[in-house]
Design a protein around this ligand. Sequence first.
Ligand SMILES: [Zn+2]
Length: 482
Amino acid sequence: MGKFYITTPIYYVNDRPHIGTAYTTVAADILARWHRLAGDEVFFLTGTDEHGAKIYKAAIEKGKTPKEFVDGVVPEFISAWKTMDISYDKFIRTTDTYHEDSVKKFVMKLWEKGDIYKGTYTGLYCVPDETFVSESDAKDGKCPSCGRQLETVSEEAYFFKLSKYKDRVIELIKNGLVLPDSKKNELLNRLSGDLKDLDITRKSVKWGIEFPPDPSHTIYVWFDALLNYVTALGWPDGEDFKKFWPADVHIVGKDIVWFHSVIWPAMLMAADIPPPKTVISHGWWTIEGRKMSKSLGNVIDPVKLSEKYSADAVRYFMAREKQIWDDGDFSEKSLESRINGELMADLSNLVARVLTIAEKSNVPESSEVELEGFIDFEEFSSFMGGADIFNALETILAGIRRVNKYFNDKKPWASSEEEKSKTLYNALEALRMISIVITPFMPSVGGKIANQLGLKQGKASDLKFSQFKGQPKRGPNLFEKL
Ligand SMILES: [Zn+2]
């Protein structure tokens, strides 16, 4: 038992919650909930990234001020996470005053140390839009938003001495900062080349946090955004910072691992703050075999999906359908088949069958244990400790199937009273433990099973055969066939 600090990236508010952001958030929630059950003191952070030229432009197009615009989008995230049963402890917005103040303090610390200097930033610029466009966003030298020719423009900017921390960052990554290993190797490969210093301010962007040493500049949006992980805890003096930093897990999509494993630790080193312990890189979803994109019109709304199938089913599917590190495919057909198969036929039916007999029988408080090891809880716990939610869930499923087989083989409906008692005791105890380990994945289902057993929700320390003290009463089916 100890503390556990887990974060999602903060989501950029020029987009609405989609299956990608929902996946990151659900995965973080599963881990946060497990650590709470295991008795850790958990701090689970999520939030929104609200500065930058893109937000400014989107606001102007809608005839709003940037603040009015972001204030209008943020509730969509909050409500999406509520629908999906996300148990975050804090929701940070980068327009929150405490965050802005803390970011300025951080910049001043690096400035006074001499880790920030003035230089020239050269990049592709769209004159009518007044924005720099990254090489990767530029389409044949044209602006991705208005299609006009981009020009190469130089602008005065302040730079962070990233190169100074290269060796220490390499050491950190070699020592296991990043999971999985394939990602670690990719980063080390890239770091074997040149590591340039980074421009961290913009003179042309007005919607951002003022750069204190030179107020004609604003702090570049990603630099401000990364700092949320410490400002949310009240860095430098906050009690939560003292208690929860360093982060145990930053869970991020594979496209932003570089930011979190190279740039972010270097920023922290510059400010004499310990680096995070683990950065988990997760894969992406395709939708029905195709890349998700607005232009293809195949962006899936996780909120609508949760309203249609239940948040529990969608969370289960996300954890079950693909390895966390890998890419996977999201299809409603496959979601429905997992609901009908695993959730309805395996889990819901088992609960209903056991409870139907148990509520009409004398259930003994104890009996000979016949299902010992039906789930290897040590293995389960070790998977969860390594953020391997896919294999952890696989372990539970195998356990559910074992109990099903046991119940079928024992035929308590046709056996002697003595045999029936033993079977019921074992099946009910197994269900009690299933209700505990399934809760991080499906919070509402875990609660419903405990409730039907006539028990309060258990904790990780209750994962062993003991006295059964419930009053079983069959409730509605957990899942219905679609
Ligand atoms: Zn343009």
